[in-house]
Every structure is written in C-alpha cells, then in structure tokens.
Ligand binder design. Structure first.
Ligand code: NAP
Length: 299
C-alpha cells in the first residue's frame, strides 16, 4: 500500500469516520489516534515526525496525544508545528505531571503546554498519573481550567479500578471523560475489572502502547502463529491485527505512535479490519483474558 493509492486512502478515511468512540459529552472520536512519546527529541528526524503526524491527521487519525513530560516539552513543540494552520482539524490531548497537578501549579503548567502547542485551548487534559496531590485538589484545578476555557474537558491516566472508584466518589470526579492506560493483546489485565467498570460508567478507555512498544511481548505478538495466520487471512501485518483487536469494541481509542510513513499508513489501515468472533476466540485462546485481578500495567 502507498500514500498515493487513492482508493485505499478513501477506504481508510471512511473506516476511521465510521469506527468511532463517543465520549460522555457526546463527542465522537476516531478509534485510532496518534501518540507522540519520544517525538521532538532529535532535530535530525523533526521534519519526518511532523510529516508523519500530518499524514496521520489527513487519513483521519485526528486525535493527537502528547504530554508536558515528553522530551521536557519538545514533543508539545513538535505537535505545535505539525498542527499549525490545522488546529481545528485536531483533537488535542496533553497531560500534566502529578507534581504540577495542585492548585498552585496546574494553571501555569497548562499555560506552558498551550504556549508550546501554539494554541489557546486543549480538547482534553489528563492527569498523567496519580501523585501526592489530593484528587479533590486536581479536580478543582481541572474544573477551573475548564471554566476559564483553557481546556474543554479533562480526564486521568494510569488509574486502576480503585483509583477510578475514588475519583467517582470525589466531588466533580464524574466529569472525567477518560482514563488512559496501557492496553494491548499481550497485556489484558484491564479486561478483568477496569474496562468493565469504565464501560458501566460510560467512560471510554484510551489505550496507550497498543503496539506493545519494546520488550519481549512485541516479539511474541509478531511471531505468534495464530496472529500470523489471521494477518495472512486479511492480507495485513501481525501488528495491525493487534491494533484491530485493541479497538474491537466501540469503547477503546488506541493511540499508536509512528514516525515511519509505512507505520502511519498501517496503523490507520487497522481501522478497516473487522475481526470476526472466530478470530477473537482464537486470539483469546493464545492471549487469554485474566480470570483474577491483575495490577495495572504501567510503563
Ligand atoms: P506503541 O505505540 O505501542 O509503539 C510505538 C513503536 O512502534 C515505535 O517504535 C514505532 O516506530 C513502532 N510502530 C508504530 N507503528 C508500527 C507498525 N504499524 N508496525 C511496526 N511498528 C510500528 O508505543 P508507545 O509510544 O509507548 O505508546 C503510544 C503512545 O501512548 C505514546 O506515544 C504516548 O503518546 C502514549 N503513552 C502514554 C503513557 C501514559 O503514561 N499515559 C505511557 C506510554 C505511552 P516508528 O515510530 O519508528 O514508526
């Protein structure tokens, strides 16, 4: 497949328009977006990274996930360059460090992110992970940013089920629209309790590292005979099957990160793969859903 294959591009764009996840406020988002961890850190590949994000947006992966942590702000700066002149085409997500998530720091941290991104608002602001600041204080800060128009909505990241329950029982905690957590075929802990809990509470999951970045699991996903057989059936690559699996419901948005052009295309193309129940059963046999509580996987 190439970028110049118009028919394929149209098929991908249509699939990303069709396969959406709806936030509690009714906003629909394509079920595949784009991650940016490690982007913006090397001037040598900057142009390539910008182009990758722009190609992804053009194909319909218009959600872009970044964080003040990534490259100490360099990832946000790169995203700012990539979305210049096309801000309205993008659903922009950034994250605040836990140690900036108190009332004394959060407004400044957000303002700094906005400056680096070259925008006046974020579509979604996430607490990157839980730190020492009481949840009630972070929520108050998020709600103030929302009222001031600096962010449209907020959510959390790396929260396990007990954290979510606590959030839910804290004033205005129910205004959180998502929880971004590690989720892929080789790491299914959340299938036991967190994902069902969030579904019950109408709060979609945002799946990070959906391609199992690094480590032995990636090799396992690439070499597993069942994944390979299913990939052959659809004439795609094994990691595209892993991505299609992550977005198999309408409750999970995957945010793969890709710089190589062929990776951007492959990830967007995964939205066109509709796995059958038989495929899913076969994958369940090799990568079973846990039958007991497993602590949340975190990178
Ligand atoms: P990932 O998306 O699972 O994997 C990224 C790696 O896979 C890169 O090396 C990329 O290479 C490669 N790749 C991309 N598409 C591919 C394809 N179709 N075939 C083969 N290889 C492919 O890992 P991630 O970056 O850890 O996670 C995605 C995003 O989630 C991050 O970028 C970040 O935005 C977010 N995240 C959030 C948290 C959190 O705590 N909230 C933690 C981790 C990540 P190239 O870049 O060279 O194309």
């Amino acid at each position: 497949m190439s970028l110049h294959d118009e028919k394929k591009r149209t098929e991908i764009k249509n699939a990303l328009k069709k396969r959406v996840v709806t936030l509690p406020d009714g906003t629909s988002l394509p079920s595949i977006g784009q991650g940016t961890w490690y982007m913006g850190e090397s001037p040598k590949v900057k142009d390539k990274e910008i182009k990758a994000l722009q190609q992804g947006i053009e194909l319909g992966m218009r959600l872009i996930d970044t964080a003040e942590m990534y490259g100490n702000g360099d990832s946000e700066r790169l995203v700012g360059e990539a979305i210049k002149g096309r801000r309205d085409d993008v659903f922009l997500v950034s994250k605040v460090y836990p140690h900036h998530a108190g009332l004394d720091m959060i407004a400044k941290a957000c303002e700094n992110s906005l400056k680096r991104l070259g925008t006046d608002h974020l579509d979604l602001y996430l607490l990157h992970w839980r730190g020492r600041v009481p949840l009630a204080e972070t929520i108050e800060g998020m709600e103030k940013l929302r009222k001031d128009g600096k962010i449209v909505r907020w959510g959390v990241s790396n929260f396990d089920t007990d954290d979510m329950k606590e959030l839910w029982n804290t004033a205005n905690g129910k205004n959180s629209v998502t929880n971004q957590v590690l989720y892929h075929l080789g790491s299914r802990g959340i299938d036991f309790d967190l994902l069902p809990w969030q579904r019950e509470h109408n709060m979609p999951i945002m799946a990070y590292s959906p391609l199992a970045q690094g480590g032995s699991l990636r090799r396992q996903l690439l070499s597993d005979p069942t994944i390979r057989e299913i990939a052959e059936k659809y004439n795609v690559q094994p990691l595209q099957i892993a991505l299609a699996w992550t977005i198999r419901s309408n409750h999970v948005i995957a945010i793969p990160k890709a710089v190589q052009e062929e990776h951007v295309l492959a990830n967007a193309e995964a939205a066109t793969i509709e796995l059958t129940q038989e495929d899913l059963n076969r994958l369940d046999e090799v990568f079973p859903k846990p039958n007991r509580k497993v602590p949340l996987d975190i990178i």
